[in-house]
Design a protein around this ligand. Structure first.
Ligand code: ADP
Ligand code: GLC
Length: 468
């Protein structure tokens, strides 16, 4: 079975969040299954990866967008060290920039990527069994295959859509159809939701099957999906909930080269303490105090706006008996508020920016990881935390609910119900009690490292969906 994954991100080529981790791991684990050939197709970005690897050009052609012609080059990575074939689509003027998102002409970029990929496959008569689209940026592909005469060669290809995040649906104004490949106009309704072109809605309508990245999140979508609740109900016959895995080869505290000290299950408590001591020294913390961390995008979904209040309340209420470390970036107001707090509280450190190496160090060094998410389709941080012997403190929602059971029920972490600073701080008080109970933390560290979130199981579930 030949599967092409279409995505804007893929680790280690270009990563903004968990989408990259998933797309960089799922095909690798699918390829371990007999008879499967899974690859990744993504845009070309000006990132270190593309300069450090060699590529061969496998296609060079042109597409029309509105009144413009754009060159489309497809480059295949030569070394095959990723565990899957990687194809980068370069469209000079549109897909040749530094980052996946954040440009004024983003919609045009996403349309050009989808158009370019389908043009290449049709022109070269490459027909995979499945095209697997990830998130709204690639959500129009199932529609285009069905409705654009230029891609009739691909008609028999089955399409899958994965919803990593239903908060972002990629709505566009109708005038953007000018940038799409020509399609049969009578089917315009498939693109429409509430007066806009809605790529995520179109994906759900047109694909052969779709999934959300956890069972819990799929169930939530029936009730909270930014207006698409009725659509997901109507299309529920082809819906799956498949929990993400984690790449246990990349995320292994015993071999992780980003860590100051590697450790395994047997020396986890000591290993974590050694890493923590180094990190604490770097940020001026007392390593005897428990370390709580947050890693992630500063966005409302992640509850990042609650962080300033969480920081000052928890430090004041405990008279400074804990340390808090935040790594992330995003909303400028949150960045500003947190930066201000570092002046008042020496128990609080902030590292602004995206730093892959530092995230690994923090997972390894922390005692607790905070995830006060309002929405969390799956969440990978809590799984990385557990793999590194850290106790997750999570709001009971989406994928967090599916992966973290409260210690009071024999689970791996602390759950709380409301995305509020008070509920989070209350959970932190519970964590402090645990921290000071001799033996308890040591056992929890070990048992958390025993959880199996590896991709093998989830890859099998994807196979089941593909086969159906
Ligand atoms: P999302 O994709 O919604 O941001 P996930 O939990 O699925 O959330 O995945 C987030 C991924 O991004 C994890 O691999 C996490 O370690 C990483 N990450 C988030 N913010 C940063 C950051 N500032 N620096 C390094 N890694 C980060
Ligand atoms: C999205 C979600 C996150 C999920 C990730 C990978 O970014 O916000 O919860 O883990 O996709 O599927």
């Amino acid at each position: 079975m030949k599967i092409f994954n279409l995505s804007m991100e893929c680790y280690p080529v270009a990563k903004v969040g968990g989408l990259a981790d998933v797309v960089g791991a799922l095909p690798k684990y699918l390829n371990k299954i007999e008879g499967v050939e899974a690859s990744v197709i993504m845009p070309w970005y000006n990132k270190p990866f593309v300069h450090e690897h060699s590529f061969e050009t496998v296609f060079d052609g042109w597409i029309h967008q509105s009144r413009h012609m754009y060159q489309v080059q497809v480059m295949k990575e030569r070394s095959k060290t990723l565990g899957f074939d990687l194809y980068l689509v370069k469209i000079p003027g549109l897909l040749d920039r530094n980052d996946p998102y954040g440009y004024w002409d983003g919609d045009q970029q996403f349309l050009a990527f989808q158009h370019g990929v389908l043009h290449w496959l049709s022109a070269m008569e490459i027909r995979p069994d499945i095209i697997h689209c990830h998130d709204s940026h690639t959500g129009l592909v199932p529609f285009m295959i069905e409705n654009c005469p230029d891609f009739s060669f691909l008609k028999d290809v089955k399409t899958i859509g994965t919803i990593h995040n239903g908060e972002y649906q990629g709505q566009m104004k109708w005038e953007m159809t000018g940038y799409m490949p020509w399609f049969h106009g009578e089917n315009w309704g498939l693109l429409d939701w509430d007066g806009f072109i809605n790529p995520l809605a179109a994906m759900i309508k047109c694909c052969h099957a779709f999934n959300a990245v956890s069972e819990g999140y799929l169930n939530e979508l029936f009730h909270h999906f930014r207006g698409l609740e009725s659509l997901v109900s109507q299309e529920s016959g082809k819906a799956y909930g498949i929990l993400n895995g984690i790449d246990t080869e990349v995320w292994d505290p015993a071999t992780d080269s980003f860590l100051d000290f590697n450790f395994g299950k047997n020396d986890a408590a000591e290993g974590k303490l050694k890493n923590k001591t180094v990190l604490c020294e770097e940020y001026g913390f007392n390593p005897d105090l428990p370390l709580f961390s947050f890693i992630g995008r500063f966005a409302g979904e992640k509850g990042a706006d609650l962080l300033p209040e969480i920081v000052w309340k928890s430090i004041q209420q405990t008279y400074g008996a804990l340390n808090i470390m935040v790594l992330g970036s995003g909303d400028k107001n949150i960045e500003y508020q947190l930066s201000e707090l570092t002046r008042s509280y020496s128990n609080f450190a902030l590292d602004l920016g995206y730093k892959e190496y530092l995230s690994h160090k923090i997972y390894a060094s922390s005692d607790f990881l905070l995830m006060p998410s309002r929405v969390e389709p799956c969440g990978l941080n809590q799984m990385y935390a557990m793999r590194y012997g850290t106790v997750p403190i999570v709001r009971y929602t989406g994928g967090l609910r599916d992966t973290v059971t409260d210690v009071s029920s024999g689970g791996s972490g602390i759950n709380f119900g409301t995305a509020s600073a008070d509920d989070t701080v209350h959970a932190m008080h519970r964590a402090l009690h645990m921290y000071h109970e001799e033996g308890l933390m040591k056992n929890l560290i070990q048992s958390n490292m025993n959880y199996d979130f590896s991709w093998e199981q989830s890859a099998e579930k994807y196979m089941e969906m593909y086969r159906n």
